[in-house]
Design a protein around this ligand. Sequence first.
Ligand code: HEM
Length: 390
Amino acid sequence: MLTVSSYRDCRDAYRHRDLRQALYDEGAALMGDVIVNLHGEAHRDRRRLENRLFRRDVFMYWEREVIPEVVERVLAPAVEAGTGDLVALARRAMLTLAVRIAGVDLQDGSDSEFDDLFEIMSRLSRASTVAHATGSKAAIIETGLRALDEFDERFLQPSIRRRMSIIESGSEQTPADVLSTLLENRDALDLPPEVLRREVAYFPWVGSHSTSNALAHAMDRIFDWLVKRPAERNLLGGDPELTQRFVHESLRLHPPSPVALRRAVVDVRLASGVHVPAGETVVIDVSAANRDPDVFGPAASEFDPHRDLPEGVPLWGLSFGTGFHSCLGQELAGGVAPDGGNHKSPLYGAIAVVARELLRHGATPDPDNPPSLDAESTRPHFGRYPIRLG
Ligand code: HEM
């Protein structure tokens, strides 16, 4: 294996057409033919199709109409109780959004249904990225396959039946989601049922896990910032562009996927001269690239949402990837880069919208109950984060 860790090498590796996805090789039973694992023309065609749902005007609608309503509903019990768990709230809000994008219907939307679905998605996520797992890989994949069966039976099949009846009767507009898009184009796509279920199952976990971890880290950074500058709380809660900058800076320092993996299809040479022989696996060290002092300055490892950036470098660094596999949900989760209020139709992103709502409700860490990291994850994500509201 060869590791690249400078910002430029990582960016070039992400964008190189002869470096193909390798993160899911060991989890192929769960990720075979899923968009993020396709290469070349097959990837281009799938992306072109699904991209229709990931347009800026669609996200604009989500940000103005859907997200505020979801956030209000999710936060209401915690606001009333004056206390809650940031991680649980983030997971609930982000999974609600991600299942809607995927086209996965919930039966009653109860707490227990959500907990079950989140648990299924955690098993799928762990099994798909088994390359990073510790412990028995065979057992993790087996658990993932059972989770996929459970997802199929309990959530996917009813969602397919509902959409097929809408498509066949033509009685109403089909929902704008990934499942409907794939079903409407089923003749041209010729997707076997097992690929359809893997593709649709991918969206809820990729959409909710990374986003909820990012929100918990962003709030932690914001709380820490406000301890030293309490007078800025109202400023931050009242200025969505500022909140968004805090979220982007936190995403840079805490990329939900700290490494990406690629394999060279042929001999590859990156612009810096790094040579990758055909067949070699490349580790793209996103965490290191996002702290590259040549790009982010000598204080690259410090949290500074007001930092100056070189032309063309986003504040979130490479946290959303770049190139042909770059994140489809980026604008939904992170919005578009702020431009000093000149943008006619700003998009702040779901993480910043939820962060602002939490600040508006007076969220602070619970001083009697400190947060702790998720013991089940090999990555440094919060497992629980008690907060007070009001
Ligand atoms: C903070 C939130 C998120 C982060 C940091 C993130 C990060 C990433 C990264 C790094 C990749 C590239 C993977 C690679 O090149 O190997 C990616 C791909 C992808 N993301 Fe996200 N993601 C986030 C949220 C979302 C959301 C909300 C959705 C949709 C509901 C989503 C859907 C996708 C899809 C479909 C791909 C694969 C695109 C392709 O292969 O063409 N992501 N994401």
